[in-house]
Design a protein around this ligand. Structure first.
Ligand SMILES: [Zn+2]
Length: 190
């Protein structure tokens, strides 16, 4: 399913309010989009603990009129609308992920960095997240090179190089670098 990533919940609401004048990302036709439930999963509550909730909003491009009266209409496909603080298949917020990755690189202690988040989840997640980051790095750095040159660093640690490049690329952005990456490039960081 394709995804659209908004900077804030306010931007998601704006997009939903304008669905009828927004073109479908699949078929490019306008006038057939409807809100169509949400993607369930884990979200963080106000104390930072994961609870069941809506991860993203699903939007449907209605093709019902074909069945009813044979008129041209939407394509019947869906897409999801996310806020940039969420990452697909990951309970951590974009900012928590940013803190965890930086803390891991700077301290060399992933478990402690994960513990510092105080997110109430098992430490086995630590290595799973780190593996996802490691396998995403080539794509992330390729995307970042299109935005700016990497900073001049005396480091042979690819993770540090990636994070510093990310920080440089979005140093003036109001969102945390991982969320800024998602909104600017309309793709998930991991
Ligand atoms: Zn469509």
């Amino acid at each position: 399913m394709c995804s659209q990533i908004c900077a804030s919940m306010g931007d998601v609401d704006d997009l939903l309010a304008k669905l009828k004048i927004t073109s479908c990302p699949h078929c490019k036709r306008t006038g057939f989009l409807n809100k169509h439930g949400s993607l369930p999963g884990y979200v963080l509550n106000q104390t930072g603990k994961p609870v069941r909730g809506a991860r993203a909003v699903r939007v449907y491009c209605s093709n019902r009129r074909v069945a009813l009266c044979g008129q041209a209409n939407g394509c019947g496909k869906t897409f999801s609308v996310w806020t940039a603080d969420k990452i697909k298949h990951l309970f951590l917020s974009a900012n928590s992920l940013w803190l965890f990755l930086n803390d891991s690189v700077n301290s060399g202690n992933k478990i402690q960095a994960f513990r510092n988040l105080n997110c109430g989840l098992g430490y086995s997640s630590t290595y799973h997240i780190w593996r996802r980051f490691r396998s995403a790095q080539v794509a992330v750095r390729t995307a970042l090179v299109a935005l700016c040159q990497p900073p001049q660093l005396e480091s042979d640690n690819p993770a540090k190089l990636t994070l510093d490049h990310l920080a440089k690329a979005f140093q003036d952005h109001p969102l945390s670098p991982i969320a800024a990456f998602a909104v600017s490039l309309q793709t998930f960081f991991l």
